[in-house]
Design a protein around this ligand. Structure first.
Ligand code: C5P
Length: 230
């Protein structure tokens, strides 16, 4: 791999799930493997970028040349992202962030009781990390790439997410397709991005996540250079 030089663009990538404690031994999370985010980090580093990977708990080795910051919760990922993003050229939000966390994690292990068959948990909304990065003021705002995992109306939901979160580009995939997306080594995607006048798109057919990562990084860097030169 190419060693990142001081002038290399700094990329910040979030990956993996977040883990939201319910009590000292239990948590809420999801099935994100982190593979797509790690593939993006590996590819960006191989292309000579300085990469910081903000990672939720996953079972993956840190890619060569990548600086890794481990976090557990959405709040921790939010804090790390907003600290690093203002100095970065590119921010890719690939993490599957839990939408909600327990209003308060119990201090002691929640006990099963004999008198009640139900347990009610109160959850509160987590911050939207990528939307907050995209809302950073000019001069502190990196080029922002988001992901959208959908099971239907992929293009419409992705266009909506691109606009609502204020992103520059979005990578949407159909997670209902067998053998693609969550946990698998392959992925297919629809890349959508904004130009000053309209939105453009590119269809990426099913391919290994490592190959798709290269396409996404190339594409994001190209859009970024068009913006900064333009
Ligand atoms: O709204 P949804 O979760 O589908 O959006 C997905 C995109 O938003 C991904 O890029 C994900 O990393 C990011 N996201 C985030 N913080 C959240 C929820 C999602 O950064 N709390």
């Amino acid at each position: 791999p190419v060693a990142a030089s001081a002038s290399a663009p700094h990329m910040v990538i979030t990956a993996g799930p977040t883990r939201e404690a319910l009590d000292p031994v239990r948590y809420l999370s999801n099935h994100s493997s982190g593979k797509m985010g790690y593939a993006l980090a590996a590819e960006a580093a191989a292309q000579g970028a300085r990469v910081t990977l903000i990672s939720g708990p996953v079972n993956l080795p840190t890619p060569q040349g990548v600086e890794r910051l481990n976090v557990e919760t959405a709040v921790q990922m939010h804090e790390a992202s907003l600290k690093l993003a203002p100095q970065a050229a590119l921010f890719i939000g690939c993490a599957a962030v839990a939408d909600y966390r327990a209003e308060s994690a119990a201090e002691h292990k929640l006990k099963k009781t004999d008198d009640r068959d139900t347990l009610t948990l109160t959850l509160v909304k987590n911050p939207d990390i990528i939307a907050d990065v995209a809302a950073l003021p000019k001069g502190q705002r990196p080029f922002v790439v988001g992901f959208a995992a959908e099971t239907q109306n992929i293009e419409r939901y992705a266009q909506d997410k691109l606009a609502r979160k204020g992103l520059d580009m979005i990578v949407a995939n159909d997670v209902s397709q067998q053998g693609l997306g969550f946990g698998s080594d392959d992925n297919a995607a629809l890349l959508l991005w904004r130009t000053p006048t309209h939105n453009e798109q590119l269809v990426a057919p099913p391919q290994p996540k490592t190959q798709l990562a290269a396409l996404i990084i190339q594409h994001a860097l190209k859009q970024l250079s068009l913006i900064s030169s333009g």
